[in-house]
Structure formats: structure tokens, C-alpha cells
Design a protein around this ligand. Structure first.
Ligand SMILES: C[S@@+](CC[C@H](N)C(=O)[O-])C[C@H]1O[C@@H](n2cnc3c(N)ncnc32)[C@H](O)[C@@H]1O
Length: 433
């Protein structure tokens, strides 16, 4: 017989706010790719589910308590023994809610009587195997449990982390930044959009310096890009693509963060235009045919991937002959110095910065902001474009958007314009191997 979904049981057993909150929590679990397994053994007759991500426990949910008439519901956190909740930075209010829901031992006999655990920086004695227990969580508490689910998911990904899944970790981290108004996730305003319609526009490849309009040559005519096929590569966030759309370009945006693409969708709906939105990981083959774009606009983003050669090769493949690739590049300085306000400047990391090859860097970067980023050399950034077959025809450098870095004249970014030459036959100009 087909197993009923947990939602059916929630609708049958719970009512009012409890039903709403439980459905909301389950929806979040589904969006986060969790799987649901009905409890066995002792739990067989109860409405009890084990929630897993990639085969590892994330939480447990009981709907309806011990008997059918009980309109309560409970969430327990995982009992994996992983210490994912030890010291992750959370705001004080969320921590207070969590502290009130630490699952302290009540001698139920399920274990030997609880252990001491550090929970978001605070130590508790006699904590059960499941560190948290939320009875009938209200809306605010459910929001907090969603955060915990996200942290546990990251914890699982961190341990499964190999070269295959680091981009998923980054996409999750960027989703979170986007939800917290990261500067590269704040869509342009109606006013900026309207100004672009009047011909006053700027776009950014790097933090502060606008791209010179002549960089769009030979495709720009009378300050417009009518009919130009443009790919915004790792360019979600609703910042650059709306401008290109106003200028008449036929735009496709590719990004791996759902939230960044949501921002893109929001602006398109707000301003009433069409845009092709593609969720894809740029470390994989691009989901486009050969020779199909005139311009690729690629703001600083390859710091989120390990192998940039792949991206240059794919850009070369999908650009039409004569097409241009405009890129923003991190030159690595940001990885050496992390805080420009500390004097004298402190060299925090040695280059190359590659957390996939350095466990200390992996811990550092995940603790810092939950993402896995990489420094790249001149050889990779510039040599890589040349090696793919591009000719670089223009370049400038730019600064981190931090007053101290600017005041000291320390550039952390480059922008390049590269052209895929129109040449007959299959010959490509290549940098020497
Ligand atoms: C600094 S932001 C650039 C976008 C920004 N709104 C702009 O226009 O300048 C970096 C972008 O790279 C995207 N990104 C990171 N890793 C990616 C990957 N593996 N594939 C595709 N996009 C990725 C992020 O989601 C983010 O939107």
C-alpha cells in the first residue's frame, strides 16, 4: 500500500496554527531535499518520521503525540553525535530560543542519562542524544528550527565534501547571504531601471568601477544593445541583467544560487520583461549550444570555483566567433589579507588558497562564512583565457569596496575584455601550452 505523506497526517491530526506551522516546516524540509522515512519498531504505530539528508539523520517529527486525539507535534534534532551546533555564529535571539529547547535528560531510559554538550557557545549538562526538542513550536520557533535544519544540512555536506559537492555548499551559503541582503543580491531599484531607459546606465564586473561602454563594442550602437544575445554568467541578483534588458539585449542569466535567481525573477516581474533564467553550475558543461552568444558578462564569481580553465573553455565554446567575454577577476589579494582595518596588515593566508587541498583552510572558510572560495593565479585568470583561444583586448584594475583598501591603493580585482576572433577553419590562436 502506498505510504501516506506526512502532510496528510498533519492535516488529519493537527488544526489551526499547529497545522500551519507543521506544514510550513515540512515544506522547508522538502525544499531542502530531505527524505522522509516512517518510524519503525517502537514508533511503528505512531505518526513518527525520520528526516534524512543524503542518508544522514537531520531530525525526527512526531505528529499527534502518543494518541490520536493529541493535537500536539514535536521536532527532535538528529542524534548523530555530530557537534554541528557547537559554536556556529547565530544571533542572540535565535540562540535564546534554542537554549530554551535544549533536550535535557528526563531519565526516559533511552540512554545512560545525558551528556555535557556545548550548544552555540554555551555548555549544558545532561543533554539527551538529540540535542533539541521543540514541542508545539510556534511560527517564530519554526523559523528557528529551519535555521537549524540548514546548519545540519551544511554539516552533512561539509563531511561529504569532495570536489563534487563544494559548489552545492557555496550555492547554499549564497542563498543565505542573499536572504540577508548581501550587497551582490540587492536588485536595482525602479529609479535605476528608469534611468537606464533614459540612456543613463552603468554595469559592474568588479566592486566599484563601472565597465566602460566602449567595452561592448562591436555590439553597442547608439548606447544600446538591441538584439544582442547576452549571457550573464554567474550573474544572478537582479543587478546587471535588468540593465542589459533595458538596452534591448536578449538576455540569459545562469547562476547556481536559487535566491540569486529569485532576485532576477523579481525584477523581471516588477518591470515586466522576459529573461531566460537558468540554474546551473558553471563547473559543469554549460547548458548551451556552441556559438550561440554575442557577449558573455561574467562578474567576479570564479573565486567560488576551483578550476577556472573549464570556464574559459566553455565560454569560448558558447560564444559566437567575434563574440566578447567581459570578466571580473579576483587577483588573490583578498585571500592574503582578510581585514584591511588591522594595521600593520596581517597576512592571514598563504596563496594559493584552496580549501579542497588544505583542511585548515577548509575549516577556516566554512567557519568564516559557510562558503568555499579559491584564490587564482595570473596564469589561471589571464593565461587561462589566452589558452582557451581568446585575445585580451582591454583591462583595468579595481578595489575592494572597503575604504581602507582603497585609501592604501591596494587593488584586489581585475576586469578583462577578451575576444573570440573570427577566423576561418578550425584554427584557434592559443597561448603556448
Ligand atoms: C559576486 S556575485 C556576482 C553577481 C552579482 N549580482 C553581480 O551582478 O555582480 C557571484 C555570483 O556567482 C554565483 N556562483 C557561485 N558559484 C557558482 C557556480 N558554481 N555556478 C554558477 N554560479 C555561481 C553566485 O550565486 C553569485 O550570484
Amino acid at each position: 500500500m502506498l505510504e501516506q505523506r506526512i502532510e496528510t497526517h498533519i492535516n488529519d491530526i493537527l488544526t489551526g496554527d499547529a497545522q500551519k506551522n507543521a506544514l510550513d516546516f515540512v515544506k522547508c524540509l522538502r525544499v531542502s531535499d530531505m527524505t522522509f522515512e516512517r518510524g519503525k519498531g517502537y514508533w511503528e504505530d505512531k505518526h513518527y518520521w525520520m528526516i534524512k539528508y543524503k542518508g544522514e539523520f537531520v531530525c525526527f517529527i512526531l505528529i499527534g503525540g502518543d494518541n490520536e486525539k493529541d493535537e500536539s507535534w514535536t521536532i527532535w534534532s538528529d542524534d548523530s553525535g555530530s557537534n554541528w551546533f557547537e559554536d556556529y555564529p547565530l544571533d542572540e535571539h535565535t540562540k535564546e530560543i534554542i537554549y530554551m529547547n535544549v533536550d535535557l535528560c528526563e531519565n526516559c531510559g533511552g540512554c545512560i542519562g545525558g551528556t555535557s554538550k556545548t550548544i552555540f557557545g554555551k555548555t549544558f549538562d545532561i543533554v539527551c542524544r538529540t540535542a533539541f526538542k521543540f514541542d508545539n513550536p510556534d511560527h517564530e520557533v519554526v523559523e528557528c528550527t529551519k535555521k537549524l535544519v540548514e546548519l545540519r544540512k551544511k554539516d552533512i555536506q561539509k563531511r561529504l565534501c569532495g570536489t563534487d559537492s563544494y559548489t552545492d555548499i557555496n550555492a547554499l551559503a549564497i542563498d543565505e547571504w542573499a536572504d540577508n541582503d548581501w550587497e551582490w543580491s540587492i536588485p536595482i531599484s525602479r529609479e535605476v531601471f528608469a534611468e537606464a531607459k533614459n540612456g543613463n546606465w552603468d554595469v559592474l564586473l568588479t566592486p566599484t568601477k563601472p565597465v566602460p561602454h566602449e567595452w561592448f563594442s562591436p555590439f553597442i550602437h547608439k548606447n544600446r544593445l538591441d538584439g544582442v544575445k547576452l549571457l550573464g554568467l554567474a550573474s544572478g541578483g537582479g543587478q546587471q541583467m535588468p540593465i542589459f534588458t533595458v538596452l534591448g539585449a536578449d538576455c540569459t542569466v545562469l547562476d547556481y544560487s536559487e535566491r540569486q535567481l529569485d532576485r532576477e525573477r523579481e525584477v523581471a516581474e516588477r518591470e515586466g520583461y522576459d529573461i531566460n533564467i537558468v540554474r546551473a553550475d558553471m563547473t559543469k558543461k554549460f547548458p548551451f549550444n556552441n556559438n550561440c552568444f554575442d557577449i558573455i558578462f561574467h562578474p567576479v564569481s570564479n573565486c567560488f570555483i576551483e578550476d577556472v580553465y573549464h570556464v574559459w573553455n566553455e565560454c569560448y565554446r558558447v560564444l559566437k566567433p567575434g563574440g566578447v567575454l567581459l570578466s571580473g577577476l579576483d587577483n588573490g589579494f583578498n585571500f592574503i589579507v582578510e581585514d584591511y582595518t588591522v594595521r600593520p596588515l596581517v597576512i592571514t593566508n598563504k596563496l594559493p588558497y584552496n580549501p579542497l587541498k588544505n583542511p585548515a583552510q577548509l575549516k577556516h572558510t566554512l567557519d568564516e562564512d559557510g562558503s568555499i572560495q579559491f584564490s587564482h593565479t595570473f596564469d589561471e585568470q589571464i593565461g587561462g583565457q589566452l589558452k582557451a583561444g581568446f585575445i585580451i583586448t582591454a583591462a583595468y584594475e579595481d578595489f575592494n569596496n572597503e575604504p581602507d583598501a582603497i585609501a592604501d591603493g591596494i587593488p584586489s580585482f581585475w576586469a578583462t575584455k577578451a575576444v573570440k576572433l573570427q577566423i576561418s577553419g578550425s584554427h584557434k590562436y592559443r597561448a603556448l601550452d
